[in-house]
Design a protein around this ligand. Structure first.
Ligand code: NAD
Length: 352
């Protein structure tokens, strides 16, 4: 079969070195010629931000960060940036903090240097999100893609184990769904396969010892690859299901992804033998499903949607909402009955 694809690689510098966030940030500020820096970090991330900014001059610190980027918080941060004549945004924190910096970049065109401290992966995508009156809107704009990402695994040592696992499995979902997403191609599949390998190596090490720096490095590297693969391949069936559940029933982002993933993999694997064998090879297991389930068992992963706010009586309605957004490229046809069955199993947690 001939090899034909149409792939876009997003332009971004990545500096990855444990213990070097502060000097790497100083080098980037210098390289970009920035003179008025706005640092965005949530109050819970202030100690990390202090360490990371030790070698630079900061014009203004901004800590008014909230989950899912409420529009009023975005407007406030935009005003702070404009009033202070800012020429560089530096975000230090999780996906919520990166998201606020993206909202400022979207309207001001300011460059971002992102220093992530979780495995959310927002720093490696050109996707923004904003929330107004409890409604989340997302979109794609290259202006919000951070110019540089600085990874330093020592910054993630304080991330609690449960959050690390849920957020790492969210990354795993980016990788697995990328194998059959609408714009899946040989490049993003290669990145996804390496992301699966790295996350499958890093997460058990973190579970065993949260201070294991090598495990943290693997997880962070895997999270980056997962986000690059996802931004390139787009949303597959798994992400469509989780987007509906998160939006309609206010379910937690990372835990919902972690719970739904094995059911989508079990549904699609037989219809996508090439993807399934690549996933299995990345896990080093006999089959893709066995590899994921063994990892989930080791991690004691989030298990049942009923634990995260999905009521059983909402399942038919949820299936109804998901059906029209099932990607045409999904490796097999998916009916309302298939979706109901999948949601019932995930609701009860019937696979481990
Ligand atoms: P988060 O940013 O809300 O962080 C969760 C909590 O962990 C916060 O209280 C934070 O202060 C704390 N925290 C962060 N780093 C820490 C550390 N090293 N040690 C201790 N505590 C720490 O959650 P998240 O999972 O990082 O991000 C989720 C958000 O990111 C969601 O809104 C999601 O939609 C968004 N997201 C966006 C994209 C994108 O491409 N635009 C991709 C993935 C996620």
């Amino acid at each position: 079969m001939s090899l034909v694809f149409d792939h876009i690689t997003l332009g971004q510098r990545v500096r990855f070195a444990a213990g070097h966030a502060a000097d790497n940030l100083a080098a980037e500020v210098d390289r970009l010629g920035a003179e008025r820096v706005m640092v965005i970090a949530a109050p819970g991330e202030a100690a990390l931000a202090e360490t990371v900014t030790a070698d630079i001059d900061v014009t203004v610190h901004h800590d008014d960060v909230a989950p899912h980027v409420p529009l009023d918080k975005a407007d406030k941060a935009r005003t702070v940036a404009t009033e202070n004549g800012i020429d560089l945004l530096v975000s230090i924190g999780g996906g919520s903090t990166t998201g606020l910096a993206k909202a400022v970049a979207m309207t001001t065109g300011l460059p971002i240097v992102a220093v992530p401290t979780t495995y959310a992966g927002s720093e490696a995508t050109n996707v923004w999100g904003l929330t107004e009156s409890a409604r989340k809107t997302t979109g794609v704009d290259d202006k919000v893609l951070p110019t540089t990402v600085i990874y330093d695994a020592t910054l993630t040592l304080s991330l609690p184990v449960e959050l690390s696992i849920a957020s790492g499995l969210n990354g795993m979902a980016h990788c697995i769904d990328s194998m059959w997403a609408p714009r899946a191609d040989p490049i993003n599949r290669a990145l996804a396969a390496e992301g699966i390998r790295a996350l499958a190596a890093g997460l058990p090490a973190i579970k065993h010892d949260p201070q294991d720096l090598a495990g943290r490095e693997q997880a962070l590297y895997g999270a980056y690859l997962s986000a690059v693969a996802f931004a390139s391949a787009g949303s597959g069936l798994h992400h469509k299901i989780c987007h509906v559940l998160g939006g309609a029933y206010d379910m937690p982002h990372a835990e919902t992804h972690a719970t739904v993933l094995p059911y989508v993999l079990a549904l699609n694997a037989a219809a996508a033998p090439e993807a399934a064998s690549r996933i299995a090879a990345a896990f080093g297991s006999a089959t893709a499903v066995e590899g994921l389930n063994a990892l989930r068992a080791t991690l004691d992963a989030p298990r049942a949607l009923q634990d995260y706010g999905l009521a059983e009586e909402n399942i038919p309605e949820a299936a109804e909402k998901i059906l029209p957004v099932v990607p045409e490229t999904n490796p097999r046809a998916v009916s309302r009955a298939d979706l109901e069955e999948l949601l019932r199993a995930a609701h009860a947690g019937s696979t481990r």
